[in-house]
Design a protein. Structure first.
Length: 170
């Protein structure tokens, strides 16, 4: 995920300077006893609130809960997600938000019963049949498992294809 600019950077990137960005944000929020419900535009796929901002002169939709985190807590470190303690995708209350990576998000969803398994972690072998053993698994920064045997085989195929292309050049 691309890091969200700070609120100050967002303000500076808005040449029109209509109203303060915080004012635009809070006019779409209803502060309840617990959750702060987002009344603005929502992502039709998952119900998360979206907020339109100008970044480098271009309009971009960002998640309302991510903007709220940035507003109250500062920059979101690269590779981290903003997760909800309350499980309400429309909530922007900073007290209900916490940071985690993809794995933490999946674990949180499993603990709360939103998913029956944590991704593909139930699989013991890759699609080609190689065992996901400690020696044969590479964990990507996003938390995905990659079979080292398959990665090596794919690299060998790519190198062979490049070598053949070079040999066949006129």
């Amino acid at each position: 995920m691309t890091p969200l600019p700070t609120v100050t950077e967002l303000e500076k990137s808005n040449p029109r300077k209509t109203r303060p960005i915080e004012e635009r944000f809070f006019e779409k929020v209803v502060k309840g006893d617990s959750c702060w419900t987002w009344l603005g535009q929502k992502d039709r796929n998952n119900g998360y609130g979206t907020f339109s901002v100008l970044i480098n002169g271009k309009s971009k939709n960002i998640k309302a809960h991510r903007f709220s985190w940035t507003l109250f807590n500062g920059e979101i470190p690269a590779g981290l997600w903003v997760l909800h303690k309350c499980d309400n995708p429309q909530c922007t209350n900073p007290d209900h938000l916490f940071l985690g990576d993809r794995k933490k998000n999946m674990d949180d969803a499993a603990e709360k019963g939103r998913i029956c398994t944590v991704g593909k972690s139930r699989f013991t072998h890759c699609p080609q049949g190689h065992e996901y053993s400690e020696e044969n698994v590479h964990i990507t920064v996003e938390g995905w498992r990659k079979c080292k045997i398959c990665v090596r085989m794919q690299g060998a195929k790519r190198r062979a294809k490049r070598a053949a292309a070079i040999r066949n050049q006129p």
